[in-house]
Design a protein around this ligand. Structure first.
Ligand code: 10D
Ligand code: SF4
Length: 331
């Protein structure tokens, strides 16, 4: 390093960056992206994708560059024989039904842990239980879960106030939840429901998934030491938005959500000595690296990773994408 570069480096104020672990991609997101990539490799472009495969613009644009075409509804897709992939958030039963009616080839990238909630909802319905679904209105996962059952079978409970006032029909009750909720808020909502409805059936295994739980635990672990936390994720990403809220509730004075490095103004860290970074389950690590690079422009950054759990879970691709690919035609 020459003297000028050394002097410049020395002039940068020190900043410790606590990287929460786990952060970023979960097994369901990884699988969903691979399904789109593998579908393009096998069937060629275009491969249609109903809804953002995961809630991240960078991921969506990378797949578009490979030949994916994103739509919100099946009726936007022409009858050209090309496949359609359903997003990781899951779809109402009416969507595969409509695809079959049009003889479309479809691939379901619904996360297996979302599908598990769908099956659980069906089981409760088969046992004549009305379902209280804890989740956020309008979110595609909630629309997908409610759409597993006939209208009127599920009542949405959005928060603690709704849990205090909900009046389900008489008879047996069960609750299920969205997979990406705040662990603490959900525990409070469940406690209210259980006190009001003592016979309430619960999921056999937690509906909030392992990735949501671990990312919230990791952000809590850095919150007390961080003067600011940057959550890399999209504003329409439920699990990312929850991470920002959890960070502040766990004692961090300020938590912000940014989509990628260029959206992050590093002067926001001026005067701070320690900041934290995490990423939602749909945010690739390259976007975390972009934020760290922005910080390095202004600070002498020391990275410390705080890991609260190791994740080894992976999900298999759908059977239709597992066999050998057709050999390339010889030219
Ligand atoms: O909004 P969200 O957190 O449900 O979805 P995102 O695409 O950000 O992350 C992956 C989570 C999924 C697919 C729901 F389980
Ligand atoms: Fe599946 Fe959880 Fe990831 Fe959603 S956040 S895709 S439920 S592993």
């Amino acid at each position: 390093m020459d003297q000028t570069a050394g002097a410049l480096l020395a002039a940068k104020p020190p900043l410790t960056v606590l990287l929460a672990g786990p952060r970023g991609f979960c097994a369901g997101v990884d699988r969903a992206i691979k399904i789109v990539e593998e579908a393009i490799a096998r069937f060629g472009a275009p491969v249609y994708v109903r809804h953002e495969i995961v809630h991240n613009r960078f991921v969506v644009e990378s797949l578009e560059a490979q030949g994916a075409v994103f739509v919100e509804e099946l009726d936007e897709i022409p009858d050209d024989g090309q496949p359609v992939v359903f997003s990781a958030h899951g779809v109402p039963k009416s969507v595969p039904e409509a695809a079959r009616a049009r003889q479309m080839l479809y691939l379901d990238a619904t996360c297996p842990l979302v599908s598990k909630v769908h099956r659980e909802a069906e089981r409760h319905h088969a046992n004549a239980r009305h379902i209280l679904l804890i989740g956020h209105a309008g979110h595609p996962e909630v629309i997908g879960t409610m759409g597993q059952l006939p209208p009127g079978s599920v009542t949405l409970v959005e928060d603690a106030d709704a849990a205090r006032s909900v009046s389900p029909p008489p008879g047996p009750l069960a609750f299920t939840t969205q997979t990406t909720l705040s662990v603490d808020d959900t525990a409070e909502i469940v406690a209210i429901l259980q006190s009001r409805f003592p016979g309430l059936s619960a999921p056999t295994k937690e509906d909030i998934c392992y990735a949501t739980t671990n990312r919230q635990a990791a952000v809590k672990a850095i919150a007390g030491r961080s003067e600011m936390i940057v959550v890399v994720g999209a504003p329409n990403s439920s699990n990312s938005v929850r991470l920002r809220e959890v960070a502040e509730r766990a004692g961090c004075p300020r938590a912000i959500l940014v989509q990628r490095g260029r959206d992050f103004d590093p002067t926001q860290a001026d005067g701070l000595r320690t900041i934290g970074i995490t990423a939602g389950a749909s945010a690739p690590e390259v976007l975390v690296e972009e934020v760290v690079s922005r910080l390095r422009e202004r600070f002498a950054v020391t990275i410390e990773e705080v890991i609260v759990a190791e994740e080894r879970i992976t999900f298999k691709l759908p059977a239709a994408l597992m066999g050998d690919r057709q050999p390339e035609p010889v030219r």
